[in-house]
Design a protein around this ligand. Structure first.
Ligand code: ZN
Ligand code: ZN
Length: 406
């Protein structure tokens, strides 16, 4: 593995927002040494950054890398080979925007993660759950009301796996864990893109959620839960779920519970904006797009309430199909209520903690993966530096490999 030497790097400490001019010695994909007097290894490729800013690569805690279309019913009926090829295009796009680790919330599997670990420049580090677990008629059940047959197997491309009752949820959890899932995803409330459920419904019984959490914890992994309403959110947290996805309709009790249970909130504001603007073009019906309005405005209020009460918040986007290029605009939406440094933390150290990778990613530190982005302006002063990669992003470095140069 090649070694890399970055000199005159303005290294940003994302914990404090401070920075200083240093050199970084990278070997075997790991940051070996940072400092003013670091010596270059003879064989290392040296890059003079001339004072450009270096920060950890970004994390997105809620993506769907196989969702080349927003039409999930179509996704399920597509060849997994085709879906895999399309997923690589989506992953490459993410990497070129500065994302070096992403957590998939349904669809990606060990095969994609294996390809990326063998070819680090083909996409961000990929955390995957396999299929998202859903009850019959839940957010992972893509059948319309007139459809009665259920065709599902674990090898099919598709977002969800339907399971009901303790034996089935245990079986489904264990199947995903057997395939190497780095977390389990459950649908704990209704959603926008599923045809038959209501956003206000809770999904899975508490017994089912607790059983899934127990299985995940037995394997030392966590559970992420799709949930909109306070009712759904609060019961999921009490059942041991580690991260609430979306959370648009949370209340003050949700905020208290998130803190009490050391759980995380992963808002995904950009998907609602994108759905309203592009949903129909992306293949969804107007009826589904209309459901979006119910949750859009609430999302920003929820984010503000959570932030003011010091909830641990992580960056997430949930984009689908042609909407993927909006991935960085989540920063723009959140910047209405959250300052730049804290936004950067949501996409770096907070995400790393949620992923149980706080000793490996999310900071520019010795012993951490060399997952870095190089910017020609300081994003701590202005978050728009991150949202305009064509103008400001000079390099993405992943695992010590320089992936792209603008
Ligand atoms: Zn969701
Ligand atoms: Zn999602």
């Amino acid at each position: 593995m090649s070694s890399l030497f970055l000199k005159n790097a303005n290294v940003i400490d994302v914990a404090t927002g401070n920075m200083s001019l240093q050199s970084i010695r990278i070997e075997n994909g790991i940051i070996q040494e940072i400092g003013k007097n670091v010596i270059k290894n003879n064989s290392a490729v040296s890059i003079d950054l001339k004072g450009d800013f270096v920060m950890p690569g970004l994390c997105d805690a809620h993506v769907h890398v196989t969702a080349f279309t927003a039409d999930f019913a179509r996704l399920k009926n597509t060849s997994p080979f085709y879906v895999g090829i399309k997923a690589l295009e989506i992953l490459r796009g993410m990497l070129s925007r500065g994302f070096t680790t992403v957590r998939d919330a349904g669809g990606a599997d060990w095969g994609l993660a294996k390809h990326i670990s063998e070819n680090p420049t083909s996409g961000p580090r990929l955390l995957f759950c396999g299929h998202a677990l859903s009850q019959t008629g839940g957010h992972g059940d893509m059948r319309g009301p007139g459809e009665n047959s259920l065709h599902q197997c674990f090898c099919c491309a598709g977002l969800g796996h339907i399971c009901d009752g303790l034996p089935e949820v245990l079986r489904a959890s264990r199947e995903e864990i057997r395939r190497g899932a780095t977390h389990i995803k459950i649908m704990a409330s209704g959603g926008v893109s599923s045809p038959t459920d209501r956003i206000t419904s809770t999904q899975f019984s508490e017994e089912e959620i607790k059983a899934i959490v127990n299985e995940a914890n037995a394997a030392n992994i966590t559970v992420m839960a799709h949930a909109y309403t306070a009712r759904a959110i609060n019961r999921a947290i009490k059942c041991g779920v580690k991260s609430i996805e979306h959370g648009n309709l949370l209340n003050t009790e949700s905020v208290d519970l998130l803190i009490k249970y050391d759980a995380y909130l992963v808002p995904t504001l950009i998907i609602y904006k994108a759905l309203i603007e592009q949903g129909v073009e992306a293949g969804l019906t107007q009826d589904l797009v209309n459901k979006t309005y119910e949750v859009l405005d609430a999302g920003i209020d929820a984010l503000e309430l959570a932030y003011k009460n010091k909830v641990q918040i992580v960056y997430g986007t949930d984009l689908l199909g042609i909407m993927h290029p909006h991935q960085l605009e989540e920063f723009t939406l959140r910047s209405k209520v959250i300052p730049s440094l804290q936004l950067i933390q949501q996409a770096t150290i907070n995400a790393a903690k949620l992923f149980n990778m706080e000793k490996e990613i999310g900071q520019v530190n010795e012993g951490f993966f060399a997952d870095l982005i190089v910017l020609n302006k300081n994003p701590v002063d202005n978050i728009n530096v991150l949202t305009d990669p064509k103008k400001y992003l000079r390099n993405v470095i992943k695992n010590g490999y320089v992936c792209n140069t603008n």
